[in-house]
Ligand binder design. Structure first.
Ligand code: PLP
Length: 429
């Protein structure tokens, strides 16, 4: 394991310049396939006697550098990249689970993930019990004989609840199931879930890691710590019908899941990341450690300013002393609490829509983690497909506005909101 710090790893990990003709920048290998030396070489690659590139749906030299870099900064034994965060989540779950299996998940999830677990996976016989993650005991109580995974977001989008990962990890360990943590909002520069007991870490690379709002991508980082031989995962301990009798846990040890994701997950579901996007995401990753500090600083200042405004009914940011997640934030997010802030206006739903429509610097769109500031009204957009009750448990009240605070000057951001608040003067009083 490297002793280098994240700022160094974000720039260098996984890139041996001698392997890329001395290029200082990571090159884009825009090739779908790779020439074999001869048929024996090809056969060896397919049977894993030799490791190498076969076809870009499975791996690619640019993607591979990104994978090694992500594994290094999250502290895993391997990482696999995908076409989007959603592709990472769906491919990860479909590689791990089968019909009849069950997930225990936090009810506070990104809307798309909630719907995948709540509607789409049940069609395939994979069910989920959603629990209030603020009490880790709820995970223990929801465990069934067929439970095969715990799934949470370390910092929920948009509830911004900081989870007590270590307390939840105790219950996943006792249940003998992998603890999967979506670490997208916190980013690896603020929190490393593996250090707190996560077995698999997920990222939407589209957000803070890419950071510029230009490329979709996703990743799964494998801690290599889960015991696949505990009797609950025969797909890892018995010869795989899907890969000519390979016994994953025996042949690949700690990297068993990483390889299953490539050999079966990417092969069968095909959600490969374009090498061009991998290149763009690498450019973003290189500056993640300094960017996320500034996102966090701006978000805290803006949250404090919002708290002082008469138009504002409530503000939620884990870095605020007033936040009910502040104690957990001090433990898990001591370097910064990332760039998302949510707030409600005294004028409720109507006021939320008016302000969202009136901002100029904050762009109204469905994304987070861009260098530019973003604004959205989740109840009518990202979480629209949820029932009122589901919206409530995922922390989406009708009046909630979500800000993704960018890197602009804080005074300009305040000014933009102040101007937008003029639109709701009549609704406040
Ligand atoms: C926490 C979280 N996880 C996963 C995703 C899905 O990522 P993508 O949009 O890259 O598919 C999102 C998207 O907003 C997200 O916020």
């Amino acid at each position: 394991m490297s002793t280098q710090k994240i700022s160094t790893q974000a720039l260098h990990a996984g890139h041996d310049t001698a392997q890329t003709s001395g290029t200082r920048a990571v090159p884009i290998y825009q090739s779908s396939s790779y020439v074999f030396n001869d048929t024996e070489h090809a056969a060896n690659l397919f049977s894993l006697k030799e490791l190498g590139f076969i076809y870009t749906r499975l791996n690619n030299p640019t993607n591979d550098i990104l994978q090694q870099r992500l594994a290094a900064i999250e502290g895993g034994v391997g990482a696999v990249v995908f076409a989007s965060g959603t592709s990472a989540i769906s491919t990860g779950l479909l590689t791990l689970l089968k019909a009849g299996d069950h997930i225990v998940a936090s009810s506070s999830l990104y809307g798309g993930t909630f719907t995948l677990l709540n509607v789409t996976l049940p069609r395939l016989g994979i069910t989920t019990t959603f629990v209030d993650a603020s009490n880790p005991e709820n995970f223990k109580e929801a465990v069934q004989e067929n439970t095969r995974a715990f799934f949470v977001e370390s910092l929920g989008n948009p509830k911004l609840d900081v989870l007590d990962l270590e307390a939840i990890a105790v219950h996943s360990k006792a249940a003998g199931v992998p603890f999967i943590v979506d670490n997208t909002v916190a980013s690896p520069a603020l929190l490393n879930p593996i250090k707190h007991g996560a077995n698999l870490v997920i990222h939407s690379l589209t957000k803070y890691i890419g950071g510029q709002g230009n490329s979709l991508g996703g990743a799964i980082i494998d801690a290599g710590t889960f015991d696949w031989t505990n009797g609950k995962f025969p797909e890892f301990t018995e010869p795989s019908a899907g890969y000519h009798g390979l016994v994953y846990s025996e042949t690949l040890g700690a990297a068993a899941f990483t390889f299953k994701l490539i050999l079966e997950g990417l092969r069968d579901f095909g959600g490969a990341l374009s090498p061009f996007n991998a290149f763009q995401i690498i450019q973003g990753l290189e500056t993640l450690p300094i960017r996320i500090k500034q996102h966090s600083k701006n978000a805290l200042k803006l949250a404090q300013w919002l708290e002082s405004r008469e138009e504002v009914a409530w503000v939620n940011y884990p870095g605020l002393e007033s936040s009910k997640y502040n104690t957990l934030a001090k433990k898990y997010l001591s370097k910064g609490q990332s760039g998302l802030v949510t707030f409600g206006l005294k004028g409720g739903f109507e006021a939320a829509k008016k302000v969202t429509d009136a901002t100029q610097l904050f762009s109204l769109l469905a994304n987070i983690g861009d260098t530019k500031s973003l604004i959205i009204h989740p109840a009518s957009t990202t979480h629209q497909q949820l029932t009122d009750e589901q919206q409530e448990s995922s922390g989406v009240s009708k009046d909630l506005i979500r800000l993704s605070v960018g890197l602009e000057d804080i005074e300009d951001l305040k000014q933009d909101l102040q101007e937008a608040f003029k639109e709701i003067k009549t609704l406040v009083h």
